[in-house]
Design a protein around this ligand. Structure first.
Ligand SMILES: NC(=O)c1ccc[n+]([C@@H]2O[C@H](COP(=O)([O-])OP(=O)(O)OC[C@H]3O[C@@H](n4cnc5c(N)ncnc54)[C@H](OP(=O)(O)O)[C@@H]3O)[C@@H](O)[C@H]2O)c1
Length: 263
């Protein structure tokens, strides 16, 4: 799988990661399924795994699923609370789940971002957190996200980007490129809104074999994107998604065809 640098950190990560919202918020009886999804994704080159305290049991389930591979994966999680004290508890829990380190700690939905970045910078100095980031899923928050990006205090942003959610093209992607920030893309299938999509016979001209591949390649063909994190509870889908992380990327005409089919 192709690897790209997370902005100017210089750390290279494979371009297709794995999200965990909803899919990994499961009881111990479904741990085995999560283990299979992670093992398949990992076996096909995926290394970035994203979670959050907002996703119920997902962090714990993910932590168990990556156990034994921790040194070879890149864990992105989040702090999601208005309280600094609660935020510190969230980090302590993550250090337990993820072998004493979070690779990318993101302020979820920009909640209390200034307060959290202050103590998280100290945690980064202690090597408990490697890089800092910020996320938001709504374009109404992008002005504030721009302020965080310009603050010089974060290494990466996590934002939605797919053929029907393109607001980041106006300011966020150009700014990330200008400032040398990593870009993690959430919601590649618009939370299923873009699924199931057209069958293989309509995808020939795009040069892909399935619709998920078309959407992931549409996103990754924008070289400002570092990686994309589709979520799945199906090992076969995890393999299919990982396979989309290989060039060739789509040219402008192929991208336009994907946009037409997504409309
Ligand atoms: N920071 C934020 O505000 C925020 C917000 C939303 C999401 N996120 C992050 O981004 C991740 C991804 O976004 P998302 O979970 O909203 O949605 P998504 O990845 O756009 O869509 C997930 C859905 O796509 C299906 N899917 C995955 N691969 C497929 C394939 N190859 N073929 C057919 N269906 C496929 C999955 O169903 P199956 O289980 O059947 O495969 C799942 O229901 C989240 O899990 C989370 O880590 C962050």
């Amino acid at each position: 799988m192709e690897r790209r640098s997370l902005g100017k950190t210089g750390v290279e990560v494979p371009v297709v990661g794995l999200g965990s919202w909803l899919t990994f918020d499961v009881g111990p009886d479904r741990q085995q399924v999560a283990d299979e999804v992670v093992a398949t994704a990992y076996g096909n080159g995926t290394r970035v795994f994203d979670s959050s305290p907002m996703y119920g049991r997902a962090q714990e389930v993910l932590g168990q699923a990556v156990d034994g591979r921790r040194d070879d994966v890149f864990i992105a999680s989040k702090i999601w609370t208005p309280s600094q004290e609660q935020g510190r508890f969230q980090l302590e829990a993550q250090l337990g789940y993820f072998g004493g380190r979070v690779d990318l700690e993101q302020v979820h939905n920009l909640v209390a971002w200034e307060q959290h970045l202050a103590w998280l910078e100290h945690e980064r100095d202690q090597d408990r957190v490697r890089f800092l980031g910020a996320t938001h899923y709504q374009s109404s928050a992008f002005e504030e996200l721009e302020r965080v990006m310009r603050s010089g205090r974060i290494d990466a942003v996590q934002i939605p980007y797919n053929p029907v959610e393109r607001d980041v093209e106006r300011r966020i992607l150009p700014l990330a490129e200008e400032l040398g920030l990593g870009v993690v893309v959430m919601r590649p299938f618009a939370e299923r809104g873009l699924l199931p999509g057209p069958g293989p016979e309509r995808l020939e001209r795009i040069g892909v074999s399935n619709w998920a591949e078309a959407l992931l390649k549409w996103i990754l063909s924008d070289r400002r994107v570092t990686c994309v994190i589709p979520a799945t509870a199906d090992p076969a889908h995890a393999a299919e998604n990982a396979a989309a992380g290989q060039p060739p990327w789509l040219d402008d005409e192929q991208r336009r065809l994907v946009e037409e089919l997504a409309d």
